[in-house]
Design a protein around this ligand. Structure first.
Ligand SMILES: NC(=O)c1ccc[n+]([C@@H]2O[C@H](COP(=O)([O-])OP(=O)(O)OC[C@H]3O[C@@H](n4cnc5c(N)ncnc54)[C@H](O)[C@@H]3O)[C@@H](O)[C@H]2O)c1
Length: 126
């Protein structure tokens, strides 16, 4: 199966990528590295079944749609996970947590590449 993982250079995303590769899947990771770390995703980047795209999912929608082409399942983990300043900057958190851009890209990718249905899973326990 071909997975697409936003927040792939983050704590949870990078561990998920490593696990999916061990299970034999093909995947594309997407991250702007604002809080993600190259070291977290280094093992996956060296794997032949992995492709990493460095871009911002809100500012680079076209890039997001292109990168998602061919994916059958989307794990959406990109977010501001640091909740400490949420009450001081609620707008920032609301904008970053919004799924609209990923949902639109998913829809675009599906329309352009009819071959697959694309499922979206938003991971958030808060
Ligand atoms: N870590 C936890 O204990 C925990 C618990 C519950 C829920 N969550 C949720 O899981 C998700 C991932 O958490 P995490 O701990 O891995 O956080 P993290 O900060 O390590 O990972 C988030 C990743 O998203 C990327 N990112 C942020 N904004 C982006 C954007 N606009 N475009 C592209 N990439 C962007 C960051 O660079 C980072 O690599 C978040 O939604 C978080 O709220 C985490």
């Amino acid at each position: 199966m071909h997975y697409f993982v936003t927040g792939a250079a983050g704590f949870i995303g990078s561990n998920l990528c490593d696990r999916l590769l061990v299970l034999g899947h093909q995947l594309t990771g997407f991250d702007n590295y604002c809080t993600g770390q190259a070291g977290f995703i280094a093992q996956a980047v060296a794997h032949p079944s992995f492709k990493m795209v460095r871009a911002d999912l809100h500012e680079q929608r076209e890039e997001l749609t292109r990168a998602m082409a061919g994916a059958e399942f989307v794990f959406h983990l990109a977010a501001n996970a640091d909740v400490r300043f949420g009450t001081s900057f609620p707008r920032r958190d609301l904008e970053q947590e919004h799924d609209r851009d990923v949902e639109c890209a998913r829809s675009d990718a599906h329309q352009r590449h009819q071959a697959h249905r694309v499922f979206l899973h938003r991971f958030d326990l808060r």
